[in-house]
Design a protein around this ligand. Structure first.
Ligand code: PEP
Ligand code: MN
Length: 337
């Protein structure tokens, strides 16, 4: 249920309402908009007398929320969430590009890539230190050593970093190095992990599971939000379909759809979404045209030598060319890079 306050409602009215809700075992989520303050009620609303609440001073009306996601939904918070990552604002008028290698392979590889993507206009550096690989025999990442390399790259370039965490127990360690915690597609419904990142006060990039619906993605976000971490970025990275020519099918309708249903920023990953570097530029442009709040793109100085995802990685020069071509597209829909 949500409670819409009157325009002239005061803090005293709001406090009285919150006390009433909490007294019935519910929690209140307050969203102060330009016109109205909206109070989202979480918990068992059957314990509440709706008519009584509607008679309280400062209350305009109550409404039922039919969607299963509450904190992630527009009803609870009509205004867009803007996530601030060390001064880089995601979810506003900018298209924030995150770029870097799939995996941290060496200090040289990461530093070289970090400087190149920064030069081209990327605002955040990506790189995996703990890699979720389909085969246990594939390169699994450098672990903490990789996190240290990413931190050094941040020091040299000033770019905040995003890196994946797979194990709930490693969340505190990864959080000491990174600026954004990435939850990979394979972990989207690892509820212990969602709980753990929900308790950390760092932004989370939540990737859509390869076999997950939009609603399942939003319910995964709801887990993080309900543990009091408000800074969640949703990421469309392609879903499994019957089409074998691409690694996944990038679902670009997810961008406007998620933005309609949720106030959270939406990021698109055209690298995992296609699996082919030739398709990354056109789909990056399409994602920006569709209104994405950001892109996350794999870049490697020598893709043919990459220890993971070389086939979908752009060389730095191609990445720089891509950045030039998305600039006017962002401008055409009132955004900037
Ligand atoms: C990645 O970002 O390198 C990655 C493993 O992505 P996903 O979880 O979307 O497969
Ligand atoms: Mn990858």
């Amino acid at each position: 249920m949500i409670v819409v306050m009157k325009r002239d409602a005061t803090e005293v009215h709001l406090d009285a309402l919150v006390a009433r809700l909490e007294g019935r075992g519910c929690r209140a989520h307050i969203s102060k908009g330009e016109e109205h303050t909206i109070v989202g009620v979480i918990g068992d609303v059957r314990a509440l007398d709706r008519e009584q609440i509607e008679r309280m001073a400062g209350v305009e009306r109550t409404m039922s929320v039919l969607r299963p996601f509450k904190l992630a939904g527009r009803a609870f918070q009509p205004e867009d969430t803007v996530v601030d990552v060390n001064g880089v604002k995601i979810g506003g008028d900018c298209v924030v590009v995150m770029a870097g290698p799939c995996a941290v392979e060496s200090r040289k590889q990461v530093l070289e890539t970090a400087h190149a993507v920064k030069e081209a206009g990327a605002r955040i550096l990506r790189g995996g230190a703990f890699k979720p690989r389909s085969s246990p025999y594939s390169f699994q990442g450098l672990g903490e050593e990789g996190l240290k390399i990413l931190a050094e790259a941040r020091e040299q370039t000033g770019l905040p970093i995003v890196t994946e965490v797979m194990d709930p127990q490693l969340v505190p360690l990864v959080a000491t190095y990174t600026d954004i915690l990435q939850i990979g597609a394979r972990s989207m419904q690892n509820y212990a992990l969602l709980h753990a990142v929900g308790e950390i006060h760092k932004p989370v990039l939540l990737k859509r599971g390869m076999m997950s619906t939009i609603e399942e993605l939003l319910m995964a976000a709801e887990y993080i939000l309900s543990h009091d971490n408000e800074d969640v970025l949703l990421c469309e990275r392609g879903i499994r379909t019957f089409e074998p020519y691409t690694r996944n099918t990038l679902d670009l309708s997810a961008v406007p759809l998620l933005q309609q249903l949720s106030h959270l920023p939406v990021i698109v990953d055209p690298s995992h979404g296609t699996g082919k570097w030739e398709l990354v530029a056109p789909l990056s442009r399409a994602a920006v045209a569709a209104g994405a709040d950001g892109l996350i793109i794999e870049v490697h100085p020598r893709p043919e030598e990459a220890l993971s995802d070389g086939a979908q990685s752009l060389k730095p020069k191609r990445f720089a060319e891509l950045m030039h071509t998305i600039d006017p597209i962002a401008a055409a829909i009132g955004k900037s890079l």
